[in-house]
Design a protein. Sequence first.
Lengths: 289, 202
Amino acid sequence: MSGNFKERLKFYWQLIKALQTGLLLLTGITGFVTSRCPVMNAGIFLGLTGSLFLSISGSTILNMIIDRDIDTRMGRTAKRPIPSGKVTVKEALILGSILSFAGVAWAFSLSLIFGALVFAGLFFDVIVYSLWLKRRTPWSIVWGGIAGAMPIMAGRALGLGKVDSVGILLGLSILLWIPTHILTFSMKYYEDYARAGIPTFPSTYGFRKTRLIIAISSVGAAIAVGIGIMALGISWGYLRLLAVLSVGLLGLVLFSIFKPSEKVNLGLFKYASLFMLSSMIILISGVLL
Amino acid sequence: MRRISALDRILLFTMVLVAAYQVVSGLDKFRNQVVFYFTISFGVLIIAGLLLILFGYEILENPFVVVVAALIPLSLSLGLILTYYPEVHIPYLIFAIAGIFAITITRLSSSKTIATLTLAVVHGIAGLTIFILPIILYARGKATLSLLFITMGATFIGLGGLLLALIQTGRPLLSRKTVFTLLPWILLVMTAAFSAGLGAMP
């Protein structure tokens, strides 16, 4: 019985894409910390992390249900718990719905605006991005990006009690980072997406234009975080570090344009994730230390 | 090419953290232009560490790496010269900019011999500057003993560069495996030494 339970937990862990959920959760915590409210209020902090974790995990599971037919056709995703039959659609639907409902309800219990933003993130991600636009247009990633920007905005709004320009700026940095993340992925798995019939930027506009879009969005993301750091009054040292990391990102982007290769593409994908993770750590450290 | 190991990655990441700490907290006491120079040197170390972690040692075969690597001694020496001998800063800055241009252009267009010679001259002068200058300053009583950490860092960067260059020429001093096992240690100790040395500067 316990072995079976452990196995189910393992599959559920795969369903929530722990790394991606963790990164989004970190952005939410970052948004909260940047509001400079008393971070050590255990009740609010637990509510923030708990509600965001549940709602992000729930929406990820609901996305997995919506995309199960696509996942079956793609080599990269065919072994996921739902397409491989390890978790049934009904089981995933129950789990995803409970987590989503619990997360959003918990978020509303903390603050109306926080709850509204958490719900907006879930709505944009599951309904607008996955259910409505993902199979119709490559521009669906913009809505995926807006959904991804919600946790950081929600976290800051929870601390401040309102949405302010810095929150929007930080949200914009996530929105602009997401194309770098998704488009490098869609180039790497170009044939997989083509086989599944999903319109992507590389299949619609070609690799060169996709790389240019990655370049523009990367620069935009770096600028947005940089202005955010300045607006928050964080010390110059952190801005210098962000500038260094941005130069690395830009260098890789330029390399991927002029000397494109599979390896550079994958490296850019990893570096972009590292860049966003570092940006969040810089923001947290800059405010707290 | 030896595959990068978990230990290598840990050492390189530690190096990145040391350099990042220096960029964030260790430069505010300097004047703006010196901060700019030292940010370049430690910034190159940060980016180099991250790229080695992500791409492995194969990235060292890219000709662009040589150009970027030359920025470390050049920018460090520029910061030192501007702090201790500002009167020769402009001529040295001209040399540094011309040197980077020369290294880039010869890598792209000239014969291998000219490219290697250009690199040796520019890299050599910058490397010797960060090696000798702290010794001279200490000997003249213009700096504390801790500044010699920069000399120590220069020794390590020189050692690392020499070992890699000898591999490139096909006459390695140590086996490839040994060199790439030592490289992350050399980079970490070098970065820590440069950080300690900068801490001794006024």
